[in-house]
Design a protein around this ligand. Sequence first.
Ligand SMILES: Nc1ncnc2c1ncn2[C@@H]1O[C@H](COP(=O)(O)OP(=O)(O)OP(=O)(O)O)[C@@H](O)[C@H]1O
Ligand SMILES: [Mg+2]
Length: 578
Amino acid sequence: MMIHKRLIGTVSESKKYVAGNVALQWCALAANLTMIGAICRLLERLYLGNVRAEDLTMTAAIVMFTVAVRFGCSVGAARMGYLSSRAVKKTLREKIYGKLLRLGSSYKEQVQTSEVVQVAVEGVDQLETYFGAYLPQFFYAMLAPLTLFFVLCFVNVPSAIVLLIGVPLIPMVIAVVQTWAKKLLSKYWDQYTALGDTFLENLQGLTTLKIYQADACKNQEMNEQSERFRRITMKVLSMQLNSIAIMDLVAYGGAAAGIIVAVTQFRSGHVGLGGCLAVLLLAADFFIPMRQLGSFFHIAMNGMAASDKIFRLLDLPEPEQKTAAVPDDCSIRCEDLHFSYEAGREILKGLHLSFPKGSFTAIVGESGCGKSTVASILMGRNRKCAGSVTVGDVPLEEISEESLMKNFTYVSHQSYLFKGTVRENLRMGRPDAGEDAMWMALEQVKLADFLRGEQGLDTRLAEKASNLSGGQCQRLALARALLHNSPVYLFDEATSNIDVESENDIMAEIRRLAMTRTVILISHRLANVADADQIYVMDHGEIAESGTHEELLSMEGQYAALWYAQQALENYRKEGQR
Ligand SMILES: Nc1ncnc2c1ncn2[C@@H]1O[C@H](COP(=O)(O)OP(=O)(O)OP(=O)(O)O)[C@@H](O)[C@H]1O
Ligand SMILES: [Mg+2]
């Protein structure tokens, strides 16, 4: 298909600019025809020797006028091209952005971040040329030869017919080229996004690569990948150059055929000198628009490959928009919860969990047993889980993301901190937080002293807060969470990088929080969970034991064993410090 209906329908605003562009180009053509007609008539009069003074001034006036019109038209057409590019970029980027918002925080389950970035930036840029240049040219390239044919029919029919017949040869060449161009271009795009993926990942992990001296090996890998990309790029370029050469051959060959017919007609006296000259001057114009279309065609193909990617993104199934809100009774219950990331490897194997409103519940268990998976399900991610999760009496899957995020605060061991000031990061938790409230939260997480030594709330953070220590990042994330002031809190190893003394202080704050809020705490350090109202011990996706600390100890099972082991270790450490 040379015209992508859905694409045009998506950016229907650009239709009027495309039409305006075509109309202006057509006006320029009409002006050109008038000018050439006037010049040829004058030359014929000169040849015949019956030229009058007013013929000269008249022709000069016509030439000046038509040149001005052509100039105006080409400026206007460029402006139209610009306007439609702008409409395209704005509409498509808005659509992509809106789509991402509707996909919500779980978009990563369906599409990779780097692909989204490439499609939204590079892909949309490709389409800019599709709408700004290719589409108008597509219509103009059909309109122009027909117009010229119509005009030249008054001059000399045989040459007009020969010229018109030559024109469709160009799209035929294009069609032949298209069949293999399409395959090549889709391969090109695959390689391009793959290279982007690798580059982004290696850049983000550069420190790690250096530490393990794996950068040389990754470098090698990337070199190979870029070599493949180079090769496919060269293939695409040579395909484009070759097809342009063939099109040139057809275009100028066709023009030559028309000129030969015109000259023969002139010799046999079927057409005057002026008419013959007009055919000579206009012959190439029959083909130039088509030939131009052919060179835009590759841009269009690129654009269409990009648009396939854009539509794939826009067509991703969306979670239906939910309307229910978290009820006042925000007790959470999980019944027979099953979940697997990939088929055949079940991570959660029928969990029954209950987190009553205002209770302090802990989840412990070996690394990899599925604790964080439970947390992300409670936060509305990993929607493909089986079983039921209810908040009060409302099923979790009916609660809107907005309400869930307002009522559930999730703090992981690596919460995202943004580039900017401490104040800006804290205000994300509560936009109207006053200075006092912010300092109080910072005191609670034992970060206030450190910040007083810096620039206080104006202390600047680098991207991902890379200028803070791991523990400081966790404290700041905790302070932000405390400011958020929601009825439910989920802490997933939120204090894992903090020294034991400060951790004990922060845990005291969390316990205080648990007196008024529902707190779910995931921690590998059992001392943190000992005074929880209920402790779930997970093992390979199942609940092995549950109860209070005392109950669990008296069971003398997994929990008790782990508790005594950790106690021994901590006592040993304390003795070591003495
Ligand atoms: N995005 C994912 N895709 C596929 N498998 C995953 C994904 N995330 C986690 N898993 C798998 O699910 C299992 C449970 O992971 P989870 O993160 O819930 O463990 P965890 O109990 O939080 O462990 P830890 O104490 O180390 O944080 C692991 O075996 C892990 O390999
Ligand atoms: Mg985890």
